[in-house]
Write a protein that binds this ligand. Structure first.
Ligand SMILES: N[C@@H](CCC(=O)N[C@@H](CS)C(=O)NCC(=O)O)C(=O)O
Length: 217
């Protein structure tokens, strides 16, 4: 089993899951970094794995699987002892609901800030899209802040689920574009706790990332 990831990207979510699988079941995995800044996602070798030119990709023998939620669900079904989601159907559905919202709403909003030129033409339109999407992203961070205020200690109770790893990436991505993580105190406290959770801690170390990249003016 091999995960193609980019440090600090959404692939951090299945990467954290794989570390939890390894820790709880002993199942080893390989991982390979793809340099998105240098176009590693558009090389012929990578496009053969995922023609959509995106990480994450999970490779199982000759087969490949893309999409964060699908990879996490697959790992859960294959390694139930890793407890990536709850065993209770309703609790699991809540965890999945949060994960899918992050993947289909919060993440694409950030993409409109980070990759604005892919969505509109012209400097003025790009600036407008960035500004509008940043306001939306700030709103989502506040929404997650409210969720983390009730985190016990994870977003969905006493067990880690993939949505936790996604939430950690969002506060980091915000810091990357100049949004102070400490503006959402509950979220920032949760992010610091989560960074110390063993599978997440190992993933941070493996990817060589820091969570708070915010620089005060
Ligand atoms: N919905 C996709 C999103 C994947 C995605 O947006 N990946 C980004 C990194 S966070 C990527 O590979 N971007 C490459 C690019 O923008 O060229 C999933 O769940 O896997």
């Amino acid at each position: 089993m091999k995960l193609y990831f980019s440090p600090g990207a959404c692939s951090f979510v299945p990467h954290s899951c794989l570390h939890q699988v390894q820790e709880r079941t002993g199942q080893a995995f390989e991982s390979q970094a793809v340099n998105l800044k240098e176009g590693g996602q558009r090389t012929p070798d990578f496009l053969a794995l995922n023609p959509r030119a995106q990480v994450p990709v999970l490779q199982e023998g000759q087969n490949t699987l893309s999409q964060v939620a699908a990879i996490c669900a697959y790992l859960h079904e294959k390694f139930p002892a890793a407890q990536l989601f709850s065993a209770d159907p309703w609790a699991r559905a809540q965890q999945m609901s949060g994960l899918i919202w992050m993947n289909n709403t919060v993440h694409p909003t950030f993409t409109r800030i980070f990759r604005s030129e892919r969505f509109v033409d012209g400097d003025a339109s790009i600036a407008a899209l960035k500004a509008f999407s940043t306001q939306m992203f700030v709103g989502y961070l506040a929404e997650i802040n409210a969720m983390t205020a009730k985190a016990a200690p994870f977003l969905y109770g006493n067990s880690f689920s993939p949505a936790d790893a996604y939430a950690l990436m969002f506060i980091r991505w915000g810091a990357n574009i100049g949004l102070d993580p400490e503006a959402n105190p509950a979220y920032w406290a949760y992010a610091q706790r989560l960074s110390d959770y063993s599978p997440v801690k190992q993933t941070i170390a493996k990817e060589g990332i820091i969570i708070n990249t915010f620089k005060k003016a």
